[in-house]
Structures are given as C-alpha cells and as structure tokens.
Design a protein around this ligand. Structure first.
Ligand code: ADP
Ligand code: MG
Length: 699
C-alpha cells in the first residue's frame, strides 16, 4: 500500500550506522514509540530540536556572561590536579582580557594534558558559571585545536534526550536520516508556498535540523511552519475522508423504548447532572435520526462520562442492536466492567469483556456469543479492533479517552458496524477552537459541572526537601485509613532528568510503611497491575506508588490524597488529569505538588495555576498561553493529542487554511487521482494516515 518512495523513511533505525541493539532500544524510548519494537528513520526526522545554542566565537573573555554558553580562543595555563577524591581537576585559561577556570570532576589527567597542553591555544565552548569573584566553565562541551575548529558547530540544535543517548550521538544519526530522505513531489499549492515562502519538505527538515540562524527554529519561521502545515493538511484530509465515508453510509434510526434506561437510572445511587441529561438528550436525538452520529463528549475527569456512555449504549440495546465501549488500558477496561456490571444486571443487559489477555477457548466462546448476539455490550481494549471480532449488529461504538487511539482505530471500529453510530469521549479539555484539529469535524457535547457532592481539592506546592514533614502527615493519614496516590514521572532512573524512579520511591516508602505500599507501572504484567489496583481499591494497601499509568480514567473514589513528585516536570493538562483522581468521594481531598527547586519562572507560574483553579478548560487555556513561552516539557506532555510537528499554540492559524485546502481538494478530486492528488497520497502515508486512502479504494 505505502508508496515505495517512502520506504527509506519507514526503515527501522538499525539500518543507520552506529545503531545497535542498545541504541535502538534507547531510540524507542526517546522517540516515544512504546508499543513498537523499533523506531524508524522517520521518527528521527520528526524529532525536532527545541532550542539552539549559539556557539559563535566571542571576541574575548570580557564578553562572557554567567549562565550563558561561551566560545572562546584561549591560552592554556596551569593545570591543578585534584588534591583528593571529590575535588575537581582545574585548569586555568586566559586571553588578553581576562581568565577563567576550567573544572573537571573525576577527570583523567592524561587525557586532559593531551587535550589542553599548557601554553597552547585552544578553542573551547561550554557554559559559564560565576564562582565567587571569578568565572568557571565545568566540562567544556567542545575543545578543539585551531586547525580543527570546524568540529564545533556555530549554531547547535538541542534535542530532547534520554540517558545514554547524548546530542553528540543523536546528531550524526539525524544527519544520516536526512541523507536518506528522498525528493518527494510537492503537495502544497504553488501560491500557498509562495505566500508563506515555504521551502520544500526536504529543505524544511534540513533547515530545522541544521539551523544556520536562530530564525530556523522559530515556530512561525518558514521551515517549521511548512512542516506544521504538512501535518495539519494530512490530518484534515484524513478526517475529511473518514467523515465523507461515514456520512455516506446510512445510519439507522435507533429510538428504544426507554425500558433499560429506566432500570439503570433506578439502580443509580444518584441523579444525573444537568449536563449529563443535556448530553444524553443530544445523543438520543442523534441516534434517533437516520444519518450517522459522530459526536464528541468532552468532560473533565470525574464529570461522569461513563454513565452517559452506558445510557447511550442502552438506547442501542433497546432498539435491538449491540454496543461497544473501548478503553485504552486493561485497568480501565476492568474498571468499566466493575462499574457497569451491576447496572447492566439490573437492566438485563448482557456484558462481555475482551482484552489481549483473553485467549484460547474463552476468546472463541466470547466471539461466538458476540456474533450471534448473546452479548449486548462489549467492553474492550484495542483487542476489540481485531479483524475476527464480529458483531451481530453493532449499533453504537463508544471510544473512551480518545487521545490514546488514532483515527484509523476509530475507523476500524466504526467499520465493524456498517451503520454504527460513534461517540468519542475525552477528558482533555481542549478549547473549542482546537477540537477540529484534534478530532475533526464532530458534533460536541460537554459536561460542564461536576456531580453534586464533589468537594474542592486542596492543592499545596511543597519543595522536595520538606519531604520528611509530608511523610509524617501521610503516616497519620494512612493509619486512619486514607488512600494515597504517589505519582512519579519515570520508570527508570535517569541521570539526565534527575527524577526519582517509581521503583526507588516504592523501596523508600516501603521501608517506612511496610506492606501498606504498592507499586504499579507500565512495565508490569497486566495481572500484577490488576492485583495491585484491586488491593488499592479494597484498602489492602494504603499508598499506591505509580507512574502516569494511572493518569487516564482510574476511579478509586476512596482515594483522598494525591502526591505528585517532580510536579514541575509534568504538563498542566497532565497534572490536572492526575489531580482529578482524588476529590471523588465525600471526604475532603488534597493534592500535593512536590517539586525540586529551583523553579523556573514558567514552572512557578504553571504550578500556581494548579493551586488557583480546578477548571479544566481554564487550565487548558493557561497551558496554551504559557507553552507559548517555550516550555519544552509542557509542549511534549500537552493535552492536545496526536501531533508530532504541529505546536497548536503557534500553528492554530494554519488550521483553517488546511481545512479549506482539504475540502476544496477533495471536492475537485474526490479520489485523489490528479498529479497533486497523487502527491497528497504520499503526504497521507508520510503522516501515517494511509488508512484513509483505503476509503478511496472502497469508493
Ligand atoms: P469520567 O468522566 O472521568 O469518566 P466517571 O464516569 O468515572 O468520570 O465518574 C466519576 C465518578 O462520579 C463515578 O464514581 C461515578 O459513579 C460518579 N458520578 C457520575 N455521575 C454522577 C452524578 N450525576 N452524581 C454523583 N456521582 C456521579
Ligand atoms: Mg472515564
């Protein structure tokens, strides 16, 4: 299916020089492809630098500033070897205007004597710090003799890295990837190229990876905005193709007699909120029409989307069809099952559960039941997308926490029912203006208020060095039966990002609290994860140390304390999601944002917003605003799903152009057969929207 011209880009990274087993594994991690065996050349090319370092030569030492990178030609002075373990090896260097100390910890003196021979001139580049009255440079990043100064890049791109994979390893890999990039036909209209002064894709990528000036990385500079436009256009084309196809297939009127809904409502220990009722009316209205529903249900964490989904599915069941709800993780599937099964029992709805763990006879039987209609509602992970999963008649497909699923999966599910309606649910409070970019042209329902009885969460911002006080308080809380989440940002110890791993934290807490502590992270087996989660739900353990696997949708209503370690490393949207895990029950809850100082201005502002408000939409907007100020972590972990090159806070302006472009193009060239149409097919494959092309084939 994929055009051959793209093969070099979809080749795995082990085809590159210098990538063996170990680096391939690091690249999987760095390039964020956790489900894959290996990253691809394309992933490297799309790993854009987020900053540049100016390494242009300074006139002399009088021009250096503390905290900045300096590149200088210096004369090497005296070496002072380390006098005892723990003390640095220092070298004095100078020019006509001043002097500076080079500082090396655990240095090899032979090496340093060779690199920096006393009395010679060398070009050095590194970060300057002020120490007492003088300047220092610890571990210069570059040292070169004057005939080798071209080994020092003048303007050096800086990439997000991972432990074991430095910029010096990454840069040549990216250069090699750029060399394998074929010349692709242009898919952007000539006048649009001209208007924005956009270069070709190949030039754009090389400019961004090999910046010649500072403008090269500006989000609205020609290179970056061209790349962003490519991605937006691919997205809009794919969404339009999906929509065209779904809309063309006729739906069915599904009205139902209300009998099952009534019994569910009777079994509920609460009444619906106004927003829940309104959303449900909108959904019922859509289902009752002959054309297909494509609706997005947006509601903050804890706003009660699940029950709306169940009632919507009940309409499908009442009208004689089946329904399916897909969630991104096994934990969530399990949780949905536990929430829904008593309500389904009360209303005579037959539930089935399908995950990757269900195999063999059990699976065969389940699929058979599904096919003959002995199951009314299927709850599943992405295992439900598999080809042999067939329904008697799928009437409504619900996708929970959409940002974990791609458009093609959405499509695969919708195709399981020839005329199934589609409800997509998300807790990501994307501003209305951006819904289109992220989800395409869908109708939107919103859950605005939280269910009654929800108490505000008391949010505190505490430095890590006050951990001891915190532990004292947790001790008291846990002894009186409180349930505590303790979230850590990484699974593995990383020197680069000095975040404590969940495992270390678990060990530390266990030595204090003993068996009342549990651990859950993404690398554990599903069965072990489920065991820990249910121990936590049942109160067998009081403190759950977790990585962000608990981020999405987990509901333990008795949990009242959320500790987020290294909170400064999380994006606002993510902090908001995490905080939403507490404050669900009747007791007062608190959220403790533990940070490692000193905080940047931006990080301080972000944490302050968390203390100020619990309104997800406001947080999303502030996040967008602050990310505009260039906070890399905020960008990477932003709540807006699915983009690799687009930074919506900068590129949202191109969205409307891309949308019109896609619509106009498809109205002229419905099957993408013109020259430009063929080029656009390549674009779709490049951004892995190739599935959308299948829709063309099937008319
Ligand atoms: P989310 O929108 O994050 O998926 P859930 O559907 O998991 O939220 O709901 C969170 C909790 O709120 C659940 O325990 C659910 O039973 C409860 N809940 C839902 N609707 C209401 C309501 N109208 N009144 C009180 N509690 C509700
Ligand atoms: Mg949910």
């Amino acid at each position: 299916m994929r055009p051959e011209i793209l093969n070099p880009l979809f080749a795995t990274v082990s085809n590159l020089k210098g990538v063996g087993h170990r680096r391939a594994a690091l690249l999987v991690k760095l390039l964020n492809r956790p489900m894959e065996e290996e990253a691809r050349v394309l992933d490297l090319l799309f790993h854009l630098p987020w900053q540049v370092i100016d390494r242009r030569l300074l006139p002399n030492m009088a021009a250096i500033e503390s905290g900045k990178t300096a590149t200088l030609d210096v004369t090497v002075g005296a070496h002072t070897p380390s006098r005892r373990k723990g003390l640095p090896y220092t070298i004095n260097v100078f020019d006509d205007s001043g002097e500076l100390t080079l500082v090396f910890f655990s240095a090899h003196s032979d090496y340093l004597k060779k690199q920096l021979p006393e009395g010679e001139i060398r070009r050095i580049s590194g970060e300057i710090t002020a120490y007492r009255d003088s300047f220092q440079m610890a571990h210069p990043q570059y040292i070169a003799a004057l005939d080798r100064v071209d080994t020092i890049p003048q303007i050096e791109p800086v990439y997000a890295l991972t432990a074991g994979l430095s910029g010096k390893i990454l840069a040549p890999l990216i250069t090699e990837s750029l060399n394998t990039l074929p010349a692709l036909p242009e898919w952007i209209e000539p006048n649009l190229l001209l208007e924005h002064r956009w270069p070709s894709l190949k030039v754009a990528l090389s400019e961004v990876h090999h910046p010649q000036d500072f403008a090269a990385l500006e989000p609205d500079g020609p290179g970056r905005s061209r790349l962003a436009y490519d991605e937006l256009l691919a997205g809009q084309l794919a969404l339009n193709l999906v929509r065209q196809r779904l809309r063309r297939a006729l739906g069915r009127r599904r009205r139902g007699d209300g009998s099952k809904r009534r019994r569910i409502l009777e079994a509920l220990p609460f009444t619906l909120t106004t927003s829940q009722e309104r959303s449900l009316e909108e959904i019922a209205d859509d289902l009752g029409r002959p054309d297909r529903m494509l609706r997005l249900l947006q509601g903050d964490v804890g706003s009660g989307k699940t029950i709306v989904a169940l009632l919507a599915m009940a309409i499908a069941v009442e009208s004689g069809s089946q329904a399916a709800i897909m969630a991104p993780t096994e934990i969530l599937v399990q949780q949905h099952y536990e929430t829904l099964s008593p309500l389904c029992k009360a209303s005579g709805i037959r539930l089935g559960v399908l995950t990757g763990r269900i195999k063999g006879k059990a699976r065969t039987e389940l699929l058979e039941d599904l096919k003959i209609g002995k199951i009314d509602i299927l709850i599943s992970t992405h295992a439900g997308f598999q080809e042999d999963v067939q329904f008697r008649e799928l009437g409504l497909a619900v996708i929970d926490e959409q940002h974990r699923f791609g458009v093609h999966q959405r499509l695969a599910l919708a195709e399981k029912g020839n005329n199934a309606d589609l409800l997509v649910m998300t807790a990501t409070p994307i501003p209305r203006s951006l819904v289109l970019a992220a989800f395409g042209d869908m109708d939107v329902s919103r859950l605005l208020e939280k269910p009654a009885g929800r108490k505000p969460v008391d949010t505190r911002i505490i430095p890590l060095d006050r951990e001891a006080d915190l532990l004292l308080r947790l001790d008291v809380a846990v002894k009186s039966g409180a349930r505590v989440y303790w979230v850590c940002p990484l699974v593995e110890e990383s020197e680069l990002i000095d975040a404590k791993s969940a495992e270390d934290r678990f060990d530390a807490l266990q030595s204090r609290f003993g068996s009342r502590v549990g651990l859950v992270h993404g690398r554990m087996k599903a069965a072990d994860k489920n065991k820990v989660m249910s121990d936590f739900t049942n109160g067998v353990i009081g403190i759950l140390v977790a990585t962000t696997v608990i981020e999405v949708g987990v509901d333990v209503s008795d949990a009242t304390i959320m500790v987020i370690e290294n909170a400064e490393r999380f994006g606002l949207a993510q902090l908001h999601q995490l905080r939403g895990r507490v404050g669900r029950g009747t007791t007062k809850s608190s959220c403790i944002l533990l940070y490692r100082g000193p905080l940047s201005k931006n990080a301080e502002a972000r944490l302050a917003i968390m203390r100020e408000t619990e309104d997800g939409f406001r947080i999303a907007e502030e996040d967008l605003r602050l990310r505009g100020e260039g906070d890399i972590l905020g960008t990477q972990q932003s709540g807006v799903p699915g983009f690799r090159l687009v930074q919506l806070e900068h590129h949202a302006g191109l969205l409307e152009t891309a949308r019109q472009d896609a619509r106009h193009t498809l109205s002229q060239d419905r099957l993408l057969q013109s020259e430009r149409g063929k080029a656009l097919r390549i674009l779709l494959h490049l951004f892995e929207r190739g599935e959308a092309i299948r829709l063309l084939a099937s008319g």
